[in-house]
Design a protein around this ligand. Structure first.
Ligand code: AMP
Length: 110
């Protein structure tokens, strides 16, 4: 599914793009700002991506910060989440960072 967003075959509200990453709004937002940052390369989760292409994993984190700055979340704070495995709520097995902000966040997360 996310490979099809990268290729343009599935539409998405893209907010940022780099040579290695695409950032777009989550279709089912869980906060006023909810953006996903994905690698153009397909890897099933963040750990697999980091093992195979650490420079692209770093690009995802850099873009997470750039999304937060663009969305004016830096002062109020934001959360970056990599759900890993279905037991942790992962439903799409193409590595992605969730950037969530614009409301108070609970800790520990549910
Ligand atoms: P996860 O549950 O961590 O695997 O996150 C997958 C996320 O992808 C969920 O928050 C979904 O709402 C989101 N999602 C699924 N399909 C799309 C899509 N076509 N465009 C945007 N977000 C999507």
């Amino acid at each position: 599914m996310f490979c099809k967003i990268v290729s343009g075959d599935v539409p998405a509200t893209i907010v940022r793009e780099t040579e290695t990453t695409v950032a777009f709004r989550d279709i089912n937002p869980q906060a006023p700002t909810h953006v996903l940052v994905i690698p153009r390369l397909h890897h099933p989760d963040a750990a697999s991506l980091a093992a195979a292409a650490p420079e692209v994993a770093a690009d995802i984190l850099r873009e997470a910060g750039n999304v937060a700055a663009d969305e004016k979340l830096v002062e109020t704070g934001y959360r970056v989440v990599f759900n890993t495995g279905s037991g942790a709520g992962q439903t799409v097995f193409h590595a992605h960072a969730h950037i969530l902000g614009g409301r108070g966040m609970q800790w520990p997360p549910g």
